[in-house]
Ligand binder design. Structure first.
Ligand code: COA
Length: 322
């Protein structure tokens, strides 16, 4: 049996820090409201001339360095993103060229904030079936580009960044299981209701923005991210005490705390970056994961449960043995 093992992680955050105090100058909000309702103190924002592929490249290079491999050993590249540089070619294709690789498949995966879990699942299946031996999986976003900076209900929540992992074929697990779900009937609760084929004039006018029914999204995020913890544990015959680390999507500290409580996982086993990163969509899980690997919290042999939730709705998880 072939499994995928995570042999390297990396991440990158743009330099510009946007604090809650900065936001007070843009919209009718304040530090107390933002921090108490979301747990966010600051987020990073890409420079005007910095694009999703730039963030993806920095995160990818860090992951490749930590894996100790050469770029040309990579035979699959997946980029989870909602904010691709271009309509086409895909950001994965652009990234492949930047890395000096040619030939193997590279494509984007779009599942918004759950995108990294969807991309991990696809890469894992490529490796398990022998179609790839060494996959680069990236979550990268410049979400600030699809935010209405005059809408206080959304602009305080999001930020930019990228995270990446390198997966390699191995006889030992590795990724123990992945679980993906979608339910498109909630499409209007969290969306950018504009695209190339529909309402393209809004893109040209620069008004293609994220809209959200915050309370409903909150409720669904807690339910879906709690239920998928149980689903993942059951699939592996494990119980909650077997989890060394939970790395949840970073959307709101109150969502993270509610999920931890419902799933019975104590706060000291939950990786949290929301205070410094905000919600970086598809980048949030690999960013948090990389932080906890690099600071030594996540160690070899640990069982780590990664989970994401996003517009669609989409939600997914992966149980990983490090
Ligand atoms: N600053 C100050 N006040 C704000 C505000 C802001 N940035 N944003 C909203 N408010 C106001 C509202 O207008 C409302 O005022 P009103 O009662 O006079 O109408 C009040 O605060 C409460 O708003 P409400 O939306 O009920 O707050 P909430 O406790 O639900 O928190 C969110 C709002 C968005 C933080 C919360 O619903 C949430 O996190 N939802 C999930 C969002 C998410 O995770 N999205 C991404 C998923 S991938």
């Amino acid at each position: 049996m072939t499994y995928s093992r995570i042999i390297g992680t990396g991440s990158y955050l743009p330099e510009k820090v946007l604090t809650n105090a900065d936001l007070e100058k843009l919209v009718d909000t304040n530090e107390d409201w933002i921090y108490s309702r979301t747990g966010i103190r600051q987020r990073r924002i890409a420079a005007d001339d910095e694009f999703t592929c730039d963030l993806a490249e920095r995160a990818a290079l860090n992951a490749i360095a930590s894996a100790g491999i050469l770029n040309n050993q990579i035979d699959l590249i997946l980029v989870a993103t909602t904010t691709a540089d271009q309509v086409f070619p895909s950001t994965a294709c652009l990234l492949q060229h930047r890395l000096g690789i040619a030939g193997p498949p590279a494509f984007d995966v779009q599942a918004v904030c759950a995108g990294f879990l969807f991309a991990m699942d696809v890469a894992d299946k490529f490796i398990k079936t022998g179609s790839a031996k060494c996959a680069l999986v990236v979550g990268a976003e410049t979400f600030s580009r699809i935010i209405d900076w005059s809408d206080r209900r959304t602009c305080v929540l999001f930020g930019d960044g990228a995270g990446a992992v390198v997966l390699k074929a191995d006889n030992e697990p590795g990724i123990l299981s992945t679980h993906l779900h979608c339910d498109g009937k909630y499409k209007n609760l969290l969306c950018v209701p504009v695209g190339v084929s529909k309402n393209f004039n809004q893109i040209k006018a620069g008004t293609a923005f994220t809209t959200m029914q915050g309370r409903e999204v909150f409720r669904w995020a807690v339910t879906a991210m709690s239920d998928i913890v149980d689903e993942t544990l059951n699939a592996n015959g494990m119980n909650r005490d077997d989890i060394d680390w939970l790395v949840p999507h970073q959307a709101n500290i109150r969502i993270i705390n509610a999920v931890g409580k419902r799933a019975g996982i104590p706060p000291e086993k939950v990786v949290v970056t929301i205070d410094r990163h905000g919600n970086t969509s598809a980048a949030s899980v690999p960013l948090a994961f990389d932080e906890a690997v690099r600071d030594g919290r996540i160690q070899s042999g640990h069982h780590v449960l990664l989970e994401g939730f996003g517009g669609g709705f989409t939600w997914g998880s992966a149980m990983v043995k490090m």
